[in-house]
Write a protein that binds this ligand. Structure first.
Ligand SMILES: [Zn+2]
Ligand SMILES: [Zn+2]
Length: 329
């Protein structure tokens, strides 16, 4: 048996997942579905606290300011994941000045959805090998797997093997990203859990346990929001830009995630900073935010797909759908 060649590690929240990649031939089916129990139990704990928090919310056992504060943090968290890790660092769909990068990194710590480095790595692999075994959250393995199950089992070896063929030199050499990666456990705990629990307790006398539970309502809620892009927006919705791929246009996910549900468009034109054809609001708060940053001079080089290219792709997709329907008759 050949020795392990590479390690593929990823963090999610307070969890730390480790996966060793073996040559494909010696991986058994059982090994491919090996459950990481530590992560399973952590998710159960997170959801227990979140449900407890929901109970406090609906029964009026929490200060209104605690709710408002966590709602505000959820917006920041979303900017850190979507405008930061996704549109800036994964797809390089626009350029940002240092103050904006620092702000987005801070927001990313609040979101606590992997370090920027790990998020970028997983997401680039997802785009490149979408809906195959090399996709970390391959929708063909089921809705639950794509949603959150992939974080509870060891990664498929194809993810590691094929993932290593991609270019990560930009994030390897980015000092800010490397800094956050190095101290991520502390930064994420401090920004995502510790501060949000302490601020309501200290400033308006919230019970610390209630504050903890509301913090987990926010955290678990934002996790599910992001996960819906990998699950629901790969199953439910229309495919006007490319009918041959799984990602869909899903308005509900778009509104929940502040602009990430226009996923068929995004997979077709991943370099477009809007992650949507339309400039108008459409729930796309992140596009509004990036536009504003560009106006005040903190963002530049915003990339978009040209209207003629979009029209050509739409026409091609329509023809492909028509051909498929005729073949089925
Ligand atoms: Zn996707
Ligand atoms: Zn993407």
């Amino acid at each position: 048996m050949r020795q392990i060649q590479v390690r593929f590690e990823s963090q999610i929240g307070l969890l730390y997942l480790k996966t060793s990649a073996f040559p494909r031939t010696i991986i058994s089916r059982k090994k491919m579905l090996e459950i990481v129990w530590k992560n399973v139990f952590s998710f159960i704990l997170y959801h227990y606290l979140a449900f407890h928090g929901l109970f406090y919310l609906v029964t009026g056992h929490t200060h209104w300011a605690t709710f408002a504060f966590n709602l505000f943090l959820a917006q920041l968290s979303n900017l850190g994941t979507i405008s930061g890790a996704h549109r800036l660092w994964t797809h390089r769909s626009y350029q940002a000045q240092l103050p904006l990068k620092l702000f987005l990194m801070f927001c990313n710590n609040i979101s606590n959805q992997n370090s920027i480095y790990d998020w970028v790595r997983d997401h680039r692999v997802h785009h490149k090998f979408s809906d195959t075994d090399a996709d970390p959250h391959n929708i063909k393995r089921g809705f639950f797997f794509a949603h959150m199950g992939w974080l509870m089992v060891r990664k498929h070896p194809e993810v590691t093997i094929k993932g290593q063929t991609l270019d990560f030199s930009d994030i390897d050499s980015d000092k800010l990203i490397q800094f956050q990666r190095k101290y991520f456990k502390f930064l994420a705990f401090f920004c995502s859990i510790f501060l949000p629990v302490v601020v309501p307790w200290y400033y308006w006398g919230e019970n610390w346990y209630v504050s903890l539970c509301i913090t987990f309502v926010r955290y678990v809620g934002t996790l599910h929001g992001t996960w819906l892009v990998n699950s629901a927006a790969h199953v439910y919705g229309t495919r006007p830009y490319d009918s041959d791929i799984k990602p869909t246009e899903n308005p509900i996910v778009a509104y929940i995630t502040m602009g990430e549900g226009w996923h068929n468009y995004h997979h077709t034109f991943p370099w477009d900073y809007r992650a949507s054809e339309f400039d108008s609001f459409n729930g796309n708060v992140n596009t509004v935010f990036i536009n504003f940053m560009a106006k005040v001079g903190l963002a530049h080089g915003l990339k978009t797909a040209s209207l003629s290219l979009i029209q050509r792709k739409k026409l091609k997709s329509t023809n492909s759908t028509t051909n498929k329907k005729q073949l089925q008759k």
